[in-house]
Design a protein around this ligand. Structure first.
Ligand code: 3EB
Length: 312
């Protein structure tokens, strides 16, 4: 059984446990330290310092292949690859290389199906028009997926956010079981966004469902205030929360074959001054959902908040 927990336990004990698939602490660094630990540069938004923890029931083994770090058991592999500050000056080419490395480590270990990606990048909104860092990242990612023979209907769920540190990290989960990828009928598929959003469209599904050992999971991608391909509620946090909620609720009814329930939210908030309102708003509406709040830049400048979900 795969679980996502938000914990404040000291790092050492957690890494010593071989049921830990990945520990993702909210720390300033975004660089490799130790197999099993994925630092992202994302800051926590609340005073308690929390870490995200993914655990599995079957023990994991961990290792490093070149600059790519992995941990796995027979059902699932988690793979992480960092870009240095210098690598990020050529984000397109180095994203492509990073994805190539991650996908080849996945294949070497006998896993066929990537089902969830996270991408945390520095200065994600730096640069204008087609030169925006996020857009160059999208080109690198798409080129790598195309080279690997991954077609849009096989793009998995993802999140892509900006932090205020140096370096980038891409990490992912893959399985041997074929996942099911879903669209959001109220949004244009990200991989079909019109030209105005960049040379290469973002390569991800709105949600990915998976069965591992007779247990069902649903991963909802980073979800924001977008209808069709347009941002709604510019400069209006509550409107953005409402549209984001409507997108999540729509996915729960149309992209959720096993009718799973929301278990956790990872919430990305652009401005610290929006944290309290966002937290109160979400906690009032989703009392049973465990939430992690982070400060992060969302890939469209006008987006104030983005939410990803894990359902069990
Ligand atoms: C959007 O819906 C908002 O590029 O991997 C959400 C989730 C977003 C994933 C990605 C981007 C990505 O277009 C942004």
């Amino acid at each position: 059984m795969l679980k996502q927990l938000f914990i404040s336990t000291p790092v050492k004990e957690v890494l010593a446990d071989d049921n830990t698939l990945a520990l993702v602490p909210l720390v300033e660094q975004c660089e490799p330290f130790e197999v099993g630990m994925i630092t992202t540069g994302l800051e926590g938004a609340t005073s308690v310092s929390l870490s995200e923890l993914w655990t599995v029931s079957q023990p994991t083994v961990r290792g490093q292949t070149g600059n790519t770090y992995w941990s796995k058991n027979s059902d699932i592999i988690c793979i992480a690859h960092w870009l240095s500050k210098d690598d990020c000056y050529n984000i397109e080419q180095n994203t492509q290389k990073a994805y190539k490395a991650v996908l080849s480590v996945m294949t070497e270990h006998g896993f066929s199906y990537p089902f969830r990606f996270w991408n945390y990048l520095p200065a994600i909104n730096a640069g204008t028009g087609d030169d925006e860092l996020y857009k160059k990242f999208c080109t690198g990612r798409l080129k790598a997926f195309e080279s690997a023979g991954l077609t849009p209907e096989n793009f998995p769920a993802a999140s892509a956010l900006g932090h205020h540190s140096d370096g980038a990290v891409i990490y992912m989960f893959a399985s041997n079981q074929k996942p099911q990828h879903f669209k959001n009928n109220n949004q244009v598929n990200a991989y079909e966004y019109p030209r105005q959003y960049g040379i290469s469209s973002p390569s991800f599904a709105r949600a990915t469902a998976l069965n591992l050992n007779n247990i069902n999971y649903l991963f909802i991608s980073g979800t924001a205030s977008i209808i069709g391909h347009q941002t709604l509620g510019e400069n209006d946090l509550e409107k953005q929360l409402e549209v984001t909620q409507s997108n999540i609720e729509h996915l729960l009814t149309t992209a959720n074959p096993e009718n799973l329930s929301l278990s956790t939210f990872k919430v990305y908030i652009r401005y610290p001054q929006d944290v309290a309102f966002t937290q109160n708003w979400l906690e009032a509406r989703y009392p049973g959902v465990d939430m992690l709040f982070t400060i992060a830049d969302i890939c469209r400048k006008e987006l104030l908040v983005e939410i990803e979900c894990f359902c069990l």
